[in-house]
Design a binder for this molecule. Structure first.
Ligand code: 4NP
Length: 161
């Protein structure tokens, strides 16, 4: 675990242009409202390199804007085995992202699934090849899990004492 006075949490999907930038923005916003922003550093990355340096998908930017969140500054990046040690926690959008992180050497106990709080190992579906309604659905799904994720991290932080 890297040493620092805050926990570094990385949201991970495949391309880092659709789901994980939304998750990062939503959870950062909730953390700020709960005055927890000093305790965490949130970022996002993709397991693939296709979109590195690009902005978020315009459909994600538009969806976030409708809910009052600004994704315009996002630039996609990639997580590789070399970068694993920089993060305390990984939050994978789906089980395939989780498998990819484990294959890169991420410790299993530090890889969370975004929807694990719904009581089953559910995936945040990839909206890339679908229509704009898929992005709204993903946004609401992420919103529904954001507080539970923060609660979980807070409980772990208390446990780590
Ligand atoms: P994301 O969606 O993993 O939620 O960012 C995707 C974005 C791009 C691609 C796949 C998924 N792609 O194949 O380029």
């Amino acid at each position: 675990m890297p040493s620092s006075d805050h926990w570094r949490v990385l949201f991970v999907c495949l391309g880092n242009i659709c789901r994980s930038p939304l998750a990062e923005a939503i959870v950062s916003d909730r953390a700020k409202r709960r005055r927890l922003d000093g305790c965490y550093r949130f970022a996002s990355a993709g397991t693939g390199d296709w979109h590195v340096g690009h902005g978020a998908d315009p459909r994600s930017v538009e969806t976030a804007a409708r809910y009052g969140l600004d994704l315009s500054a996002h630039r996609a990046r990639q997580i590789t085995a070399q970068g694993i040690a920089e993060w305390h926690w990984f939050v994978a959008m789906d089980r395939s992202n989780r498998q990819d992180l484990l294959a890169m050497g991420a410790p299993a106990e530090r890889v969370l699934l975004m929807r694990q709080f719904e009581g089953a190992p559910l995936d945040v579906p990839d909206p890339y090849y679908g229509g704009p309604e898929g992005f709204d659905r993903v946004f609401r799904m992420l919103q529904q899990n954001a507080e539970a994720l923060l609660d979980h991290l807070e409980a772990l932080r208390e446990g780590a004492g």
